[in-house]
Design a protein around this ligand. Structure first.
Ligand SMILES: O=C(O)C(=O)C[C@]1(C(=O)O)C=C[C@@H](O)C=C1
Length: 362
């Protein structure tokens, strides 16, 4: 009598065989990436090998080819990691972010640069800009906007005084959790969190912890660090931060809005070529006179450039002087955008291209 083969063993054999092929192909890909690096030139530093426009193009092809069952976001994540490792064969990129470890900013770094990049946790958004400008970090990742709360003004204001360029954007679904030492809601008399996170979880806190004191601190990871040393404190932070600081999770997904998303900017020191689906961020200042804003914006409409976003901030150049942060579709090399900027020349006091970069991937 022939013994029937264990169906699980049979499936595992198939998986082993596929893994062998995937591994061979990954190694072959890594060798070709070395060849690309050789063509670009020997002895360059990591930043000279990095091509965000090419990475975006590769990842868009991955999305186009994806037939499931894995989601586009999962496929992108896997290929992002492969590219991250391929690039790090030369030298890992150094990426500054708002630390400490475990913040959503770190998650955004990983989403955009993969795990082979070297993450540099820094003390503030200002410091991220400074370290990039000084060349201590190749790139920086800073939060710029939350879907529920709007723009993060510190980040916008940094562009008024710094020469940083925007090289990319990352969108991250932000799920907040409540963590504590014991993991019991009834032990919590104080809640530490970043001010934005307290705001994002306002309803949940009102219903579940109406009497607890709310204490705003510099980051969610800092909140987790503080809660680690107090048996009557809770911290609002992401799942990763809770794990990093050895806390127990009291409640998950406590944000008021289910689609809570934070948009981050990747900042660097140079502009990159078009990727085929780009956004351009501009900083425009105008004189305080009637119709000035209309004069500045109408060239976009005239040349068919679509505007995605406009934010105004005090320009710090004089009382009632405003700077406008404007995002438009397309790359700065595109003729319609060039034409719009030419028309704007005589009416704006300043037009600065903050960057042209690939639109965020899933
Ligand atoms: O195509 C390139 O220019 C490469 O260096 C290869 C590669 C890749 O692995 O696909 C690696 C790093 C770059 O950032 C972009 C792409």
């Amino acid at each position: 009598m022939t013994e029937a083969k264990n169906p699980l063993a049979e499936v595992r054999e198939r998986i082993d065989s596929i893994d062998r092929q995937i591994q061979e192909l990954i190694s072959e890909r890594a060798r070709w990436a070395q060849e690309v690096a050789r063509v670009k030139g020997e002895g360059l530093s990591a930043i000279d090998y990095y091509r965000p426009e090419r990475e975006a193009h590769v990842l868009r092809m991955v999305v186009d080819r994806n037939k499931g069952p894995l989601s586009d976001a999962e496929m992108v994540r896997l290929f992002r990691e492969i590219m991250s490792s391929c690039l790090a064969q030369e030298e890992p990129l150094k990426v500054g972010y708002l630390g400490p470890e475990g913040t959503f900013s770190e998650q955004a770094v990983r989403k955009h640069f993969g795990h082979a990049a070297y993450g540099l946790p820094l003390g503030s958004i200002e410091e991220v800009f400074q370290e990039v400008a000084a060349g201590h970090a190749d790139f920086g990742v800073v939060p710029v906007e939350n879907s529920g709360q709007g723009m993060i003004q510190v980040t916008l204001d940094m562009f008024l005084t710094s020469d940083a360029r925007i090289c990319g954007e990352v969108e991250l679904r932000v799920h907040q959790c409540l963590h504590s030492q014991s993991g019991r809601l009834e032990d919590i008399k104080r809640v530490y969190a970043h001010a934005q996170s307290l705001q994002q979880c306002k309803t949940w806190l009102r219903v579940n912890l109406p009497d607890a004191e709310r204490i705003a601190v510099g980051s969610n990871a800092e909140a987790a660090r503080l809660a680690r040393h107090a048996d009557d404190a809770g911290a609002i932070a992401g799942e990763t931060a809770g794990k990093v600081y050895g806390l127990k999770t009291v409640a998950k997904a406590i944000e008021d809005r289910a689609d809570n998303t934070t948009r981050f900017l990747v900042i660097g020191r140079s502009l990159f070529p078009p990727s085929g689906n780009d956004r351009t961020s501009l900083l425009i200042t105008v004189n305080d006179k009637p119709g000035a804003l209309y004069d500045v914006l109408s060239p976009f409409a005239r040349h068919g450039v679509s505007m995605n976003r406009i934010e105004s901030r005090p320009a710090h150049t004089g009382k009632w002087q405003y700077a406008f942060f404007i995002d438009v579709s397309g790359h700065i090399d595109d003729e319609p955008l060039q034409a719009a900027l030419r028309d704007m020349g005589p009416v704006a006091t300043q037009v600065r291209v903050l960057g042209s970069y690939p639109v965020a991937l899933p």
